[in-house]
Design a protein around this ligand. Sequence first.
Ligand code: ATP
Ligand code: MG
Length: 393
Amino acid sequence: MKNSFLIKYAEIGVKGRNRYLFEDALVQNAQNALDKIDGKFRVTKEYGRIYAMPQEAYDFDEAVDALQHVFGIVGICPMLQIEDEGFEHLCQNVLKYIEEHYETKDFTFKVMARRARKNYPMDSMELNQELGGRILDAFPKTRVDVHQPEVVIHVEIRNHINIYSKILPGPAGMPVGTAGKAMLLLSGGIDSPVAGYMTAKRGVVIDAVYFHAPPYTSERAKQKVIDLAKLVARYSGPMKLYVVNFTDIQMYIYDQCPHDELTIIMRRYMMRIAEQFAAKEKAHALITGESIGQVASQTMQSLAATNEVCTMPVFRPVIAFDKQEIIDISLKIGTYETSILPYEDCCTTFVAKHPVTKPNINVIKNSETHLTEKIDEMLQKAIDTVEIIEIGQ
Ligand code: ATP
Ligand code: MG
């Protein structure tokens, strides 16, 4: 018999009315993730349990990997689900389960039976004892240890009977789609994909915007961002990637404003544009990969100056992380290798040798007055000519 899966999720914070939204989103997201692999699954919800039942042959590792990208799942239990055809039938299947799942039958164990259906003729204690005895008989090298067993064999008597013993870790978090939407400023670096992943982990749907400056930034740099968006989308689900042509705006700022303020002013324009797309997508916040003190544009004063143009909240999930901590997450989620590809980014092309590290907002605002109404036309053009790429459909 093919293995099915019992999906465990954390129930903290999902009591009451929200619980159904949480569970339904989780069922849908798990179904979507499994629909992408070979083999057909049906994900169902039944009395506070979520099951993924295979309808045909599938690759076990691929299925586990798919589920490990679904936020909200804390545990993935390969499970043998059988009908109730009497105690003897149950025994045979428990032994068969152990036969298939453990190479060497040389471990300490206990049976943990749970009777959700009280009309079953044996109670939990009897089940534990009887099944334990049968396991000891069948596999003489196993030993019972009720305090610290190496293997806990769960037997759940419900409408069906579930047999499982292994819990593979899920990514935890909240199901994407249960917490609104935000717009990620996605560059080709290490930090912003991690920031997107972290926000999606709290259940937030993500769209992204990338500022492209051809010919100063190449097609390869753009492709790298598309690839990063695909990697984030494995967790966050399908997203729209807005690719904005930022060249004219960048050049104009470069011509009109002090070069040491260029990065800050540019960042302020990025935020303004991102907010327009966020509003269009009914997003409630922006997300960046900024981290205090990482570069000149991320000092406290620079962050304040960038933030000043935003009316939406700006989420900066990695704000207080060390670079190594961010790298560790990027390695874990598989974005690191792509992020370190050495393609130019639009901020480095024009970057000043000595950018201001403590910009004064009034000074910056004054410099921006050098940008006449031409900047508004450019802004509008950038918005009108945006390319929207559907990622991870
Ligand atoms: P990252 O590793 O995310 O690129 P970084 O350390 O290179 O970050 P900056 O280049 O200062 O830092 O960018 C800070 C944040 O601003 C990024 O994390 C990203 O959210 C946003 N950002 C920067 N450049 C772009 C861009 N070209 N397109 C979209 N967002 C950008
Ligand atoms: Mg960058």
